[in-house]
Write a protein that binds this ligand. Structure first.
Ligand code: DGL
Length: 271
């Protein structure tokens, strides 16, 4: 029996934020080829409706399937909240979102009081709250949408005065009542230090990405689908402004991204 599968893992996000998830998968699964798609023409996803996000996610699914991936990771929290089930229904390969992994992490690590922060879409869907309560109904889950965080990260203003003010605006009301903050948005891991520095309090800040990488590893192992590639390849695709993606992505990942291709994602409306 063949115990390896050298097809790539597909990862998608609304833009470059999903690289926080790619970074962990890249580290944990060093033999795996990866195909990353960032929907830079249509971001942000966080303020769009469920129907729109499902439509976009299905197009991206069709694109990744045409690339013959063996598993798909929805790195975007908003798309995981709205479109995971819709994709799992049509898919013949595993599709993994970030919500279950983040919720597992939060319920394992929290002392009892968790604040989930995310986009308006993710928070309104209440998926994190439901999932955490499925695991442990005794945990207190507070929720707060932080719509200013994504543009601040996109502008690279990680340590700016405005960023500190925004952190205070969103988190001040909760900070004395919580022990953990779950970063329910791809961009927020970049604000981890700023959040820590804003408060003189020992607070556990949870990034679901590591747990997502673990889930990907376990799923591939279960199906005997881990790769044995010696020189793995990572390819990037975006729907707009490849130059900006190269600049931000390279800064973020700490190495130069060169192989980025711009595609018209609307061509993938049909499977
Ligand atoms: N990727 C989105 C998320 O994790 C954040 C950016 C956006 O709104 O598109 O929810």
């Amino acid at each position: 029996m063949n115990n390896t599968d050298n097809r790539a893992i597909g990862i998608f996000d609304s833009g470059f934020g999903g690289l926080t998830v790619l970074k962990e998968i890249e580290k944990k699964l060093s033999n795996e080829n990866i195909i990353y798609f960032g929907d830079t023409a249509r971001l942000p996803y966080g303020s769009k409706s469920r129907e729109t996000i499902i439509k976009y996610s299905k197009e991206i699914y069709n694109f990744l399937k045409k690339k013959n991936v063996k598993l798909i990771v929805i790195a975007c929290n908003t798309a995981s909240s709205f479109a995971l089930e819709a994709l799992q229904e049509i898919s013949d390969i595993p599709v993994i979102g970030v919500i279950k992994a983040g919720s597992r992490c939060a319920s394992r690590e929290s002392q009892g009081n968790i604040l989930v922060i995310g986009t308006k879409g993710t928070i309104k869907s209440e998926v994190y709250k439901k999932e955490i309560h499925n695991i442990n109904n005794n945990l207190n889950v507070y929720q707060q949408a932080c719509p200013l965080f994504v543009p601040l990260v996109e502008e690279g203003m990680l340590n700016d005065e405005i960023t500190t003010l925004s952190i205070k605006k969103y988190l001040d009301n909760y900070i004395n009542n919580i022990d953990s903050i779950l970063l329910g948005c791809t961009h927020y891991p970049l604000l981890k230090e700023s959040i820590k520095n804003t408060y003189n309090k020992n607070i556990n800040i949870i990034n679901p990405a590591e747990e997502v990488a673990e889930e990907v590893f376990n799923t591939l192992q279960k199906y005997n689908q881990l790769s044995n590639n010696k020189n793995r390849k990572i390819e990037f695709y975006v729907s707009d402004d490849k130059e900006k993606f190269i600049e931000y992505g390279s800064l973020f990942l700490g190495y130069n991204i060169t192989n980025v291709e711009e595609i018209d994602i609307e061509e993938y409306k049909k499977a």
